[in-house]
Design a binder for this molecule. Structure first.
Ligand code: SAH
Ligand code: TMP
Ligand code: ZN
Length: 404
């Protein structure tokens, strides 16, 4: 039996996607070394309700010098993080200390640095951390855990704000992280983290949010339980319209803040929805199967008709879709992406070539399969010429759709 990484309770597996490669392991075409594969499966803890991967990938295989995800690649996300930074500066006050776990290229902390705020970014992935440093961000190139937290506390004192975006869900040793947060946080400090919301993943059947790096899929219920194990309390849970639906959770030391109605509201909505009930999870599984059948059916039909299809956005999510559905270069000729670190490489597992955006703009395909569907508004706004010239978008969550 597999046990829960948070509470050691029994894990009930509800989806198995088979063998998958590392979602951000873009390969050089000449690389003939063996690819790393693991079993991508998800379970829900019968005790604490935490939804999590069944198999853990060693962190050094995912987060290293060449980690190719740059947070500032989306204008919408840049604005989102800059607004968050202004809120944290207000909250922390002129002498406050703001810490970010997984600060990546400094999308949030560069604003704090420019405002002269006392801050520290923790970022183990070398190349993205170097970009943050070049923007004036003070960065530590390590993995955050309870030991690192004790060192930071000893050097810099307590933190008024600790922030983590799309990072806490990446960390299997979350108990150590929360112990660290508890060590580092000022008595009235806040720990704010935002991650894909499991109820949104169910509602949209966005199974492509499930990949090696996304170890946990939080709900207000599972976060409240996790916080309580560490003397912390969930005081706010705000839904966010980013990355296909996230929640921004705020934790404080138990008793330090009054939980807002957002917490009771979200807990009540999760009970009504039945987020970890067997029937809900079964429904998710069958919808995912249908999406696979519909998407591979459509792509095969288009190939047989001689239509060209390109992928748009070499996202980590696309590793799940392409490998689960068996979408290789016969169905999608290449994927365009604006990230230089991904260009000229092959996507993990199915080996679709990644090309710069110019490949798309200079010769539009008949169809673009939107792997970066979470950035649809931003992308469709700038690609109006594609649709004006007859191009069509294919999206696949919550169902396979062609627009216009
Ligand atoms: N916060 C950014 C980046 C998210 S990607 C955003 O929302 O866009 C996740 C990041 O977490 C990666 O940059 C990875 O290197 C970092 N990370 C992984 N494990 C970590 C840990 N234990 N402590 C701090 N950062 C970590
Ligand atoms: P994400 O969905 O994990 O944020 O990844 C988005 C990927 O898509 C990332 O590799 C950058 C790429 N991208 C583009 O190529 N063009 C765009 O306009 C946007 C917003 C993202
Ligand atoms: Zn548990």
């Amino acid at each position: 039996m597999t046990i829960c990484r948070v509470c050691a309770g029994p894990l009930q597996e509800f989806a198995d996607f088979g063998r998958h490669p590392l979602s951000d392991a873009f390969r050089r075409p000449e690389d003939d070394s063996e690819e790393f594969f693991f079993r991508l499966a998800v379970g829900s803890c019968a005790s604490c309700t935490m939804v999590q991967l069944v198999e853990e990938v060693p962190r050094e295989l995912m987060f290293h010098e060449g980690y190719p995800y740059y947070s500032s690649g989306s204008a919408f996300m840049r604005a989102h993080f800059e607004a968050a930074a202004r809120g944290f500066l207000d909250r922390a006050g002129p002498d406050g200390f703001i810490v970010e776990l997984g600060c990546n290229d400094g999308a949030m902390l560069h604003v704090v640095a420019e405002a002269g705020g006392r801050h520290l970014g923790i970022e183990p992935s070398g190349a993205v951390a170097a970009v943050a440093a070049s923007r004036g961000v003070r960065v530590v190139g390590e993995f955050f855990d309870e030991d690192l937290a004790a060192g930071i506390r000893a050097c810099d004192g307590p933190a008024d704000v600790i922030f983590a975006a799309n990072t806490l869900c990446h960390i299997p040793y979350v108990n150590s992280v929360l112990k660290g947060v508890s060590t580092l946080l000022a008595p009235d400090g806040i720990f704010v983290f935002e991650d894909p919301y499991f109820a949104d993943i169910l509602a949209k059947s966005s199974f492509d949010q499930i990949y090696d790096e996304h170890f946990y899929f939080f709900t207000a219920g599972s976060v409240a339980n996790l916080a309580a194990r560490h003397g912390l309390e969930l005081v706010a849970a705000e839904r966010l319209p980013v990355h296909g639906g996230e929640v921004r959770y705020t934790l404080m030391r138990a008793g330090a803040g009054l939980p807002s109605a957002s917490v009771t509201d979200l807990l009540a909505a999760e009970a009504v929805y039945g987020v970890t009930e067997e029937a809900t999870l079964k429904q998710f599984q069958s919808t995912v199967e249908r999406i696979r059948t519909d998407l591979t059916g459509l792509l095969s039909l288009l190939r047989d008709k001689g239509k060209t299809v390109a992928g748009y956005g070499a996202t980590a999510k696309s590793a799940t879709v392409t490998n689960f559905c068996g979408i290789g270069p016969d169905l999608v000729s290449y994927v365009c992406d604006t990230t230089p670190a991904k260009q000229g490489r092959l996507t993990p597992g199915v080996h679709l070539p990644v090309r710069p955006h110019s490949a798309f703009a200079e010769s539009y395909p008949d169809y673009a399969l939107l792997f970066a569907w979470n950035h649809a508004t931003e992308i469709m706004a700038k690609e109006q010429e594609f649709t004006r010239s007859g191009g069509r978008w294919i999206t696949y969550v919550p169902e396979v759709t062609i627009t216009p």
